[in-house]
Design a protein around this ligand. Structure first.
Ligand SMILES: Nc1ncnc2c1ncn2[C@@H]1O[C@H](COP(=O)(O)OP(=O)(O)O)[C@@H](O)[C@H]1O
Ligand SMILES: [Mg+2]
Length: 361
């Protein structure tokens, strides 16, 4: 899927702006505070109805205004042109797909997969397990259409089980939910395991692995890999009743980012961390391009900062060649390797101004 037109109104400093992106590589350039990240944020809004910087829409709507509006046109995998739009006020979200109101944001997310690389991405290394878990969940959401429902059924059963644990209900009532959970647990574990294995295939041939060490994601399914989940639940019943919560299961799954078998976060510099994240985003993009019906859009913010020339080349090469539409931002387009610029469409943004100037082709 590729975005062919983007119109942004009242998103941070960007009052009104329309661009016609390239279906392959785009560079959004301009000084600090000109609105580059805001443009990526606007695309992210179209795809997910959320910002990647804040949970408060009030922060994103231009100060003094009551709403933001983002409209886009995109070509889907069947070659069809679609119109998509989102309007957000302080307390309401209106989504439209080809003129029809869309109630569930995940419907848009399905047609418009996006992958991000930005200052938040460091959380992939330094943040809690839920961030890495959601990486797999988001990929599987696009690749396996039964995934979301399976995950929801699991979480519903988990919630019920936890309620009974907290209420100190009879063991027989609790174990009734164990049976409900089992098929979902087995399925989730299998899907997640296969997803991580596929990502690792891409990572093992990434130039980043050559440069800084063997990069791999280690999957922990949420309980001991040698034990059946039904046995885990019954063995832990007393402990679970004591603590009032289900201590093990897919909700505790974790991905460990490893370099040469060591936890990446404890051995890499900030620049190397950036390279690792670029490699992981690139691997995700390849995985989606090859396994989901819609190819992702890559929103890559400020890749060049903190990287030397060689690292920039490697980071960019991890992302190009994924067959995805890419939006890079940079202060100066010369910060990006020359070979990108040969095929890229470059937009210059100043002061979130109404019309960007195309400065080079
Ligand atoms: N809600 C808002 N309304 C108006 N301006 C905003 C709002 N939020 C942030 N800004 C301004 O937008 C600019 C940030 O834009 P950003 O897209 O992050 O710039 P860049 O990525 O080009 O450095 C800052 O100058 C900030 O003061
Ligand atoms: Mg920025």
């Amino acid at each position: 899927m590729q975005l062919t037109a983007l119109s942004v109104q009242r998103v941070r400093k960007v009052r009104s702006l329309k661009i016609y992106p390239s279906t392959s590589v785009n560079c959004i350039c301009g000084p600090n505070g000109s609105g580059k990240t805001s443009l990526l944020e606007a695309i992210h809004f179209l795809a997910t109805a959320r910002s990647f910087r804040t949970t408060k829409v009030r922060d994103v709507i231009t100060h003094g205004e009551q709403s933001l509006l983002v409209n886009g046109e995109f070509i889907d995998s069947s070659g069809q042109l679609n119109r998509i739009g989102i309007e957000k006020t302080f307390d309401q979200t209106r989504l439209r797909l080809n003129g029809d109101a869309v109630v569930v944001a995940s419907r848009l997310a399905r047609v418009l997969p996006v992958l991000n690389f930005n200052s938040e991405s460091f959380l992939l290394l330094s943040g809690g397990p839920s961030i890495r878990r959601s990486l797999v969940d988001r990929l599987m959401f696009h690749v396996e259409h039964r995934y979301l429902d399976t995950l929801k059924r699991y979480y519903r059963a988990l919630k019920q089980r936890n309620m009974l644990l907290r209420a100190r209900s009879a063991p027989r009532e609790i174990t009734a939910w164990d049976e409900q959970m089992l098929p979902e647990v087995t399925q989730l574990d299998l899907w997640r395991r296969n997803c991580v294995a596929a990502i690792n295939e891409y990572l093992s041939v990434s130039p980043v692995s050559e440069l800084i060490g063997k990069l791999q994601l280690e999957y922990y399914r949420g309980w001991n890999r040698d034990t059946d989940f039904s046995i885990v639940l019954s063995m832990n019943l007393d402990r679970d009743r004591e603590s009032g919560t289900t201590t093990l299961g897919p909700h505790r799954a974790e991905l460990r980012v490893k370099i040469d078998e060591k936890m990446a976060k404890s051995v890499v510099s900030r620049g190397q961390g950036k390279l690792i994240i670029a490699a992981i985003v690139g691997a995700q993009a390849k995985y989606l391009s090859e396994n989901s019906s819609e190819k992702p859009i890559l929103l890559i913010d400020d890749l060049a900062a903190e990287l030397d020339r060689n690292a920039r080349l490697i980071a960019v090469d991890s992302l190009l060649g994924t067959d995805s539409q890419i939006f890079f931002t940079a202060i100066d387009f010369k910060d990006l390797p020359n070979h990108i610029l040969e095929s890229a469409k470059v937009f210059h943004v100043e002061q979130g101004q109404t019309q960007p100037v195309v400065i080079a082709q």
